[in-house]
Design a protein around this ligand. Structure first.
Ligand code: NAP
Ligand code: 8YV
Length: 331
């Protein structure tokens, strides 16, 4: 029996592969998933433990998101599981070791979101340095008019500045290409230098932070990068430096960042991601030198549709094309 012909017990009476959905997905994607697969939503079960105990063995597939993931407990509760399809490129909430141990294929959505995430990284640099969010609040509060036309203080120039990129993967390289239009000098830090690129690799993260006017973080999340950006890195970035995070909240020591922003250790930050989403440290709400976004870097109609297509294609490839996922995580 190959992956292209699911075993009779793995398909519903209608002939559709039986897939467990973990966490909500965009409605249009849920509808398309339901057209082709026999989908059960885990969150709709009142007693999750009893449901998994009684019915866990039915599922050969899981569809999830970067937010919901699939931890080892869930994977272990699904003894027939063969494939996980993730709506998102980041798989830090999927226990890859547990999947690998069982030979479970993991699909995700690389590349289709590079443009939009890079756009938001550049947008955050501009917003925090040019103080545009703060200026918007100033105008809406009527302070421009009540102050007789006196404006907010000066911002800082982005064009021509020095950009350090932490993680020169698919998205990091897209960011580096974007800012050529801003005449920025680019250097990057990653564990391995990237072949065939003209940007300078900086083996020391501290040295990169010291050099940078802007430090943009776009590494993978997970245990390997937890608190990579700590108090020492923020100190090295310094009072004229800006931090932008479009990777994962876990990559930054958030308590150290709050202190750094409050005490002028760094100039400001633009953040799309947080350690305990959707919760954002309340201390940040009072600060004008930070721009806060609710994890929207990939959230455009075009990109979310492409991510949905790839999420579906990964499942289709597994079940109907001999186990060939269109975009598989190397395990
Ligand atoms: P990618 O191509 O795999 O690139 C990841 C980069 O991180 C690589 O350059 C890698 O280089 C580097 N890296 C990994 N561990 C590192 C470490 N310990 N120290 C330094 N560098 C390290 O991934 P991608 O497609 O660009 O996506 C990157 C991440 O962005 C995703 O994993 C996801 O978490 C996040 N993301 C966020 C959003 C959002 O909505 N905000 C959207 C999409 C993606 P080395 O292996 O050489 O170190
Ligand atoms: C999405 C992301 O917000 O791709 C990722 O890793 O974090 C974002 O694109 C997420 O996938 C939606 O769940």
């Amino acid at each position: 029996m190959t992956a292209s012909t699911p075993s009779p017990s793995a398909v519903s009476p209608s002939g559709k592969p039986i897939v467990l959905q973990v966490g909500r997905l965009p409605l249009w994607l849920e509808q398309r998933l339901n057209d082709e697969f026999d989908i059960t939503l885990l969150e709709a079960q009142t007693d999750r433990a009893a449901f998994l105990r009684d019915q866990g063995a039915r599922f050969t597939g899981v569809v999830t998101s970067a937010f919901a993931g699939a931890d080892a407990a869930l994977i272990n509760a699904l003894p027939s599981l063969q494939v996980i399809s993730n709506f998102g490129v980041g798989v830090d909430r999927i226990d890859l070791a547990a999947a690998k141990a069982r030979g479970i294929a993991v699909g995700h959505t690389p590349d289709v979101l590079n443009d939009c995430v890079a756009d938001v990284a550049v947008g955050l640099m501009l917003d925090v340095a040019r103080r545009s969010m703060e200026a918007d609040r100033f105008v809406r509060a009527g302070k421009w008019a009540s102050g007789g036309g006196k404006s907010i203080g000066l911002g800082r120039k982005v064009s021509g500045a020095k950009l350090g990129i932490v993680g020169l993967g698919r998205i990091g390289q897209t960011i580096a290409r974007r800012v050529s239009g801003f005449d920025m000098s680019v250097r990057y830090h990653s564990r391995n230098p990237v072949a065939d690129v003209h940007w300078t690799h900086e083996p020391s993260l501290l040295a990169l932070a010291e050099w940078s006017d802007f430090l943009v973080v776009i590494v993978a999340g997970g245990a390997g990068t937890r608190h990579l950006i700590d108090a020492r890195v923020l100190q090295a970035l310094g009072p004229r430096g800006f931090l932008v995070n479009v990777a994962r909240g876990s990559v930054i020591d958030e308590a150290a960042l709050v202190q750094a922003l409050q005490n002028g250790v760094i100039a400001g930050a633009g953040l799309d991601v947080f350690d305990n989403e959707p919760h954002v440290p309340e201390a940040l709400f009072a600060l004008d030198n930070v721009v806060l976004l609710p994890h929207i870097a990939s959230a455009t109609e075009e990109t979310r549709e492409a991510m949905g297509d790839l999420t579906l294609d990964n499942l289709r490839g597994y079940y109907f094309d001999g186990g060939r996922l269109k975009a598989a995580m190397p395990l």
